[in-house]
Design a protein around this ligand. Structure first.
Ligand code: C2E
Ligand code: MG
Ligand code: MG
Ligand code: MG
Length: 289
């Protein structure tokens, strides 16, 4: 290690630090042109409705194919997009593209599919009106029902529960889109702040689901959360469901929707349609139980 002087303090210099900084710098620079170069694509993960035994929701997940670094995880580039405010045009693009996919699926005979779009509301602070306008214009341009669209907001935003945020939520409800709280149970959870927001769905994070089968206390927690959420008149999606055992428990606990590799990984819009038609031919309980 070489010691390097940085503003009066000696810091240890680790070569890998430079590499990751370089990578981040490259991503930041290339993210600026990724939209116009058409490097983004949406994939869609099926969400299974336990009560009706159908796939009637899909989560749109952004994919970035970097010209020479290959597929970059949204966990890597979304934070950069937020930092640089590029998240604003990117989110607008995602909204437009997801609405068009709903339209295309309808033409293929897939009716009543609700597509969820991830929105980091934090990056829309003071731009709530623009977000609502973007959703309205995406829906109009595609000619779809507002109820086909659901916005997923991660719960970390609830820590800054401002009046503006509440207004955005109510405006979005007003135009008819659905609202979901994402990644519930990851550390910001508070049943208190969610009671004031017009939520349709809460998504239990994968971390709550993954150890459930082995651990009775985790089962107790998941079941109690589902009961409380239902008591508030909100439906529950379990995220990251990978095994039939997890599905059995969640069914038992009255969970409403299942999302995870057990059913499918995120798929391109066309592969999603194929998956949908193959699933609708059989009851999925026959497949997994
Ligand atoms: P998220 O919204 O919680 O999305 C669920 C993530 O879990 C996805 O990762 C999905 O591929 C993954 N997943 C689903 N089922 C399973 C499973 O059974 N096992 C495991 N291990 N993982 C599963 P992905 O696509 O890498 O996205 C990561 C995060 O990036 C998302 O988490 C979301 O917060 C963010 N993100 C993705 N697309 C967008 C977008 O268009 N806009 C914004 N703002 N954020 C996005
Ligand atoms: Mg999500
Ligand atoms: Mg999630
Ligand atoms: Mg999650």
């Amino acid at each position: 290690y070489v010691a390097k002087k940085e503003k009066n303090k000696i810091v240890r210099y680790i070569p890998e630090m430079d590499q990751s900084r370089t990578r981040e710098a490259i991503l930041e620079k290339d993210l600026k042109i990724a939209l116009e170069k058409g490097e983004f694509e949406l994939h869609y993960q099926p969400i299974y409705d336990i009560h009706n035994e159908v796939i009637n929701h899909a989560e749109a997940l952004l994919r970035w194919e970097h010209p020479y670094l290959g597929r970059i995880s949204p966990l890597d580039f979304i934070p950069i997009a937020e930092k640089t405010k590029l998240i604003i045009p990117i989110t607008d693009w995602v909204i437009g593209a997801a609405c068009q996919t709903v339209r295309r699926w309808e033409k293929m005979g897939i009716m009543d599919m609700t597509v969820s779009i991830n929105v980091s509301l934090l990056s829309f602070e003071n731009r709530g009106t623009e977000l609502v306008e973007s959703v309205v214009s995406g829906i109009r341009a595609a000619g779809i029902k507002p109820t086909s669209i659901k916005l997923e907001i991660t719960e970390s935003i609830l820590i800054r529960d401002t009046d503006e945020l509440r207004k955005v939520f109510y405006d979005l409800k007003g135009i008819g889109v659905k609202l979901a709280l994402d990644d519930f149970g990851t550390g910001y959870s508070s049943f208190g702040c969610m009671k004031d927001l017009p939520l349709d769905i809460i998504k239990l994070d994968r971390s709550l689901i993954s150890n459930m089968v082995m651990d009775e206390r985790e089962q107790m927690i998941a079941e109690s959360m589902i009961t409380i959420i239902h008591g508030l008149g909100i439906q529950v999606v379990a995220e990251g469901v990978e095994t039939a055992e997890q599905l059995t428990f969640l069914k038992d606990f009255g969970c409403d929707f299942i999302q995870g590799y057990l059913f499918s990984r995120p798929l391109s819009a066309d592969d999603f349609a194929k998956y949908y038609f193959s699933m609708s031919k059989m009851k999925s309980t026959e497949v997994f139980l």
